[in-house]
Write a protein that binds this ligand. Structure first.
Ligand code: ATP
Ligand code: MN
Length: 428
């Protein structure tokens, strides 16, 4: 059985153990040295005495961030900071770290973000960065569990496609033998085809690609989209699914990761559903009362979003967006054809989800191809699925990195992306 640092508390005093990790720091005297060993769960002091180690001289010169395996006796009455140390009787060097390190793991001096991303393998050794991805993993597990408990099928749709999901310019084109293809912007069209196939409730976690022209703190060129589509459902149904699944996943994650979460965001324990709702038109009235000059049909600027966010604690929905601002497949509002049965979920001032009831009548879709200036022929494979029995349906797409960024109060979506892709970065 592998022992990790966070298991040491449960073990008995004087127990003989083996533990593996990185050399975070060393403190040396002549015949005695201390090594702070770090693994994925924490750090522990290793006490290495010349008398106990045949290769003491070699260990004495060990470089920071080298990888070692330590066997020894657990001392739970240590005077070290954690009260625990390991008295080594064998230390094996598994891998030497070269010097100097491209950046430090525990050094107080801060390096700029580019240096961090260029050396992401080291940057991610920092426990606070590893934590972001533990959090993401737990959160996603919670969402999956919620979907699984509610009879969803998890599906995988193609990312190389012949037609753009929404037309538009933010597409990556690639050569596909003799043809042109694109990297998919969203699984939208395929999710809907599966609804006509009778899959009933589908969800997908996968990459989405957008050739975003601007380099902003909330845009990536490749992000992870959590997508949901449900047959015989309307916009309200999928909004409650969204808030309930998020609250479930957040509560589960906070329970599991506890204090680590509070270090990033102390109020995550208090997230409750249902989330407040405001319509697009109410938002305009509110913002204009605060000095903005927004007309019907305008999208909201980041400044407007900040002002609106002040009205709410954390999550809130903006519903009833104008048809002009939504994709062609969005269901119009039966009472006002200029509006749609659509919503965005906001977390503070940033959009994290867009969703809607979708059009299920292919004649209505065809009208919208015309209105939006899309070439009907490009969408034949999609429209076909609407002609032979398509239920009403609704769904949403949620950006995982944006969700984590906002839940942990990170200032840049790249912080919650292992290896971000942006306008200037394609490596590592
Ligand atoms: P925005 O207006 O913020 O650029 P969008 O409305 O174009 O986003 P949607 O097509 O609605 O995005 O995508 C659904 C969700 O996917 C968004 O709410 C967001 O969480 C996420 N998302 C979209 N584009 C990006 C991106 N470039 N980088 C990271 N996440 C994104
Ligand atoms: Mn959107």
């Amino acid at each position: 059985m592998r022992i990790y640092v966070n298991n040491l508390n449960e073990l008995g005093d004087n127990e003989k153990i083996t533990i593996n990790g990185w050399v975070q720091e060393t403190r040396k005297m002549k015949n005695l040295m201390f090594i702070i060993l770090r693994d994925s769960t924490g750090t522990v002091q290793i006490t290495a005495k010349k008398d106990n180690l045949g290769n003491y001289n070699e260990i004495y010169d060990i470089t920071r961030e080298s990888v070692i395996s330590v066997s020894g006796i657990l001392n739970k009455k240590s005077v070290s900071k954690s009260g625990i140390e390991i008295n080594a009787d064998k230390i094996e060097i598994l891998s030497y770290a070269a010097t100097p390190l491209p950046m430090g793991v525990i050094d107080r001096v801060s390096v700029d973000f580019d240096t961090r991303l260029n050396n992401r393998f080291i940057d991610l050794r920092k426990p606070e960065n590893l934590f972001i991805f533990k959090f993401e993993s737990e959160l996603l597990f919670g969402i999956r569990e919620y979907m699984n408990n509610n009879n969803f099928l998890e599906v995988h749709t193609p990312k190389t496609v012949a037609a753009a999901t929404e037309g538009g310019a933010d597409l990556f084109r690639l050569k596909y033998f003799e043809k042109n293809a694109y990297l998919n912007q969203s699984p939208q069209l395929y999710k809907e085809i599966l609804i006509s196939s009778g899959f009933d409730k589908v969800f997908e976690v996968g990459p989405a690609f957008r050739a975003e022209k601007e380099n902003t703190v909330r845009h990536l060129n490749e992000f992870t989209s959590i997508d949901v589509e449900i047959a015989f459902a309307d916009d309200n149904y999928v909004m409650s699914l969204l808030e309930n699944s998020l609250v479930y996943a957040i509560n589960r994650t906070v329970k599991k990761l506890g204090d680590g979460v509070s270090e990033y965001n102390g109020s995550l324990k208090d997230v409750k559903s249902p989330f407040p709702r405001i319509t697009y038109e109410e938002s305009i009235d509110y913002l204009n009362s605060k000095g903005f000059k927004i007309s019907f049909g305008d999208d909201f600027s980041p400044e407007a979003m900040k002002t609106l966010a002040d009205k709410f604690d954390n999550f809130y929905f903006i519903t009833g967006w104008p048809a002009d601002l939504r994709p062609f497949y969005t269901m119009p509002d039966e009472n006002n054809p200029k509006l749609t049965r659509s919503f965005d979920l906001q977390l503070n001032d940033i959009e994290i989800t867009s969703g809607a009831q979708r059009i299920h009548d292919y004649r209505m879709l065809e009208q919208n191809f015309l209105i939006k200036g899309l070439n009907k022929n490009d969408f034949e494979f999609y429209e076909k699925a609407f002609k032979y029995g398509m239920p009403p349906h609704a769904g949403w797409g949620l950006g995982l990195e944006r969700l984590v960024m906002n839940l942990l109060h990170l200032s840049n979506v790249r912080e919650s992306t292992l290896f971000p892709r942006d306008r200037t970065r394609l490596s590592p």
